[in-house]
Design a protein around this ligand. Structure first.
Ligand code: NAD
Length: 478
């Protein structure tokens, strides 16, 4: 069984312990052994990043561009292999795994271009004969902490802008899915990334993650994951006066109005709620449906959901792969029980036993629910969606906004007026009209409001807000 090491200061360093990365579609299969880093590894990685920082900050935009472009090119070239690895460690279908790898390639290529487009301002001072120059500089050494559900795209969309804008990085991927982050580390190394500019330390959040966040020589932390971990990181970063960016959970509403195209609505809700096994922060978990279309919508969505094929992520016929692990599956099943206890009518949701041992679950629809039920307030993060019946547009928008989260929100309608009103009044960072709440472009900002996100947006050119710091210089020419 191949052992996968950490990359620290340009060297692949073995570890005292390795953890088994198991395939959730077949738990008999070990995908690989991955290093479990220590606090000492984090110290070494941060020291290597600090040492490399002046050189990388001074590297020309062309050098940074060429590295990121080459990584993007190789990711795209090998998307089939890496997508397969992704599906084996996370459980997404192969099509989704390859699609996510292509997304990571696009992100690297996009930020290769951005490295050439770092701009500033030259302004006249309010005082005579003085010029004012506003320039962007790298922040320094950045800790990147990522979740398991987009194991190649999220490390890519944090690493690529960090490097494009001249920062050095220590990346800690989720313990459940280190394989894809290891791929990114391998590609950066293969493409000639200078030692220490990018470091990978795999391991536990409570050890490696905590050591990165609290390290005195880390300048900023970019985190994606749960609200609980994000809140803890925000507190630590606040105390240490350290820049941080948090992307956390969601309880995303999808409104279906009476005037919606039924097929468009069912297709958007099927995709948004169940695809990627519902393990998307942008999943549509609350389907807020107007009374006039409610019964027809529920009938059609229920039939489409029951027809979804759950199975091994690598089987081409599979539409819904397994849940990521036993802990997440138990949590999902507990929510299915809770839905019953709270008075919902439950369709599906049971654990499935297939030919091989895995974490399979039938998609679940919770009917006749209210927005005050816990199933509609807490993020489940599984293939489960609730239907909430409402009387009209006003009630729909009130229910949509009645949540502590604010990541993505959708509406299915053929009314221009309702679409426009919804876009303006819904409290979310991303709004979709006649589209699933999940599924975004890579070149525009991604993020939310309220309990979902904190700090500057990720992705697109807005990423510069987090990954650079602004300097204002005054010059008197005499
Ligand atoms: P998690 O919070 O358990 O873990 C995320 C990362 O934080 C992992 O790498 C983990 O090891 C690390 N970590 C854990 N404890 C830590 C600590 N004390 N200090 C530093 N790091 C620590 O989240 P998860 O279960 O991996 O991911 C699922 C969550 O991620 C869901 O809530 C989902 O909504 C969210 N998510 C959000 C977005 C977004 O962009 N808004 C995208 C994907 C996933």
């Amino acid at each position: 069984m191949t052992k996968h090491d950490n990359l620290i200061g340009g060297k692949w360093l073995p570890s005292n312990t390795y953890s088994e990365n198991r395939n959730p579609s077949n738990t008999d299969e070990v995908v690989g052994l991955y290093a479990q880093g220590s606090v000492d590894d984090v110290d070494a990685a941060v020291a290597a990043a600090r040492k490399a920082a002046p050189g990388w900050a001074a590297a020309t935009p062309q050098v940074r561009h060429d590295l990121l472009e080459e990584v993007g090119r190789k990711l795209a070239e090998r998307a089939e292999d890496y997508g397969r690895l992704l599906s084996r460690e996370e459980g997404k279908t192969l099509a989704e795994g390859i699609g996510e790898t292509m997304r990571a390639a696009q992100v690297f290529k996009f930020f290769a271009g951005e490295a050439l487009r770092v701009t500033g301002d030259l302004q006249a001072s309010v005082r005579p004969d003085i010029d004012v120059e506003v320039t962007r500089e790298p922040v320094g050494v950045i800790g990147l902490i990522t979740p398991w559900n987009f194991p190649i795209a999220i490390p890519a969309w944090k690493t690529a802008p960090a490097l494009a804008y001249g920062n050095c990085v220590v990346l800690k991927p989720a313990d459940l899915t280190p394989g894809c982050a290891h791929v990114i580390a391998g590609l950066l190394d293969e493409c000639g990334c200078p030692p220490g500019v990018f470091n990978l330390v795999m391991g536990r959040g409570s050890v490696v993650g905590e050591a990165i966040v609290t390290h005195p020589d880390v300048d900023a932390v970019s985190f994606t994951g749960s609200v609980a971990t994000g809140s803890h990181i925000a507190e630590v970063c606040g105390r240490l006066k350290r820049k941080c960016q948090l992307e956390m959970g969601g309880k995303n509403p999808m409104v279906v109005l009476d005037d919606a195209d039924l097929d468009v609505a069912v297709s958007a809700c099927l995709n948004g709620t169940f695809f990627s096994t519902g393990q998307r922060c942008t999943a549509s978990s609350r389907l807020i449906v107007q009374a006039g279309i409610h019964d027809a919508f529920v009938e059609k969505l229920k039939a489409a959901m029951l027809a979804l094929k759950v199975g091994d992520a690598l089987d081409p016929a599979t539409q819904i792969g397994p849940v990521v692990d036993e802990k997440q599956l138990s949590s999902n099943l507990a929510y299915v029980d809770l839905a019953r206890k709270e008075g919902a009518k439950v369709i599906g949701g049971e654990r499935l036993e297939l030919d091989v041992p895995g974490y399979f679950q039938a998609p679940a629809l919770f009917l006749e629910t209210t927005n005050s039920m816990r199933i509609n307030r807490e993020e489940i993060f599984g293939p489960c969606g609730s239907v909430i019946k409402v009387a009209d547009f006003e009630e729909a928008i009130t229910v949509a906004n009645d949540t502590e989260f604010g990541l993505s929100a959708g509406i299915c309608t053929t009314s221009l007026k309702h679409a426009r009103d919804f876009k303006r009044r819904v409290r979310a960072g991303m709004v979709m009209v006649n589209l699933p709440t999940a599924g975004v472009d890579f070149h525009v900002p991604f993020g939310g409001t309220r309990g979902s996100s904190f700090g500057p947006r990720e992705q697109g050119r807005y990423a510069a807000e987090f990954f650079t710091t602004v300097k204002t210089s005054y010059l008197f020419a005499g």
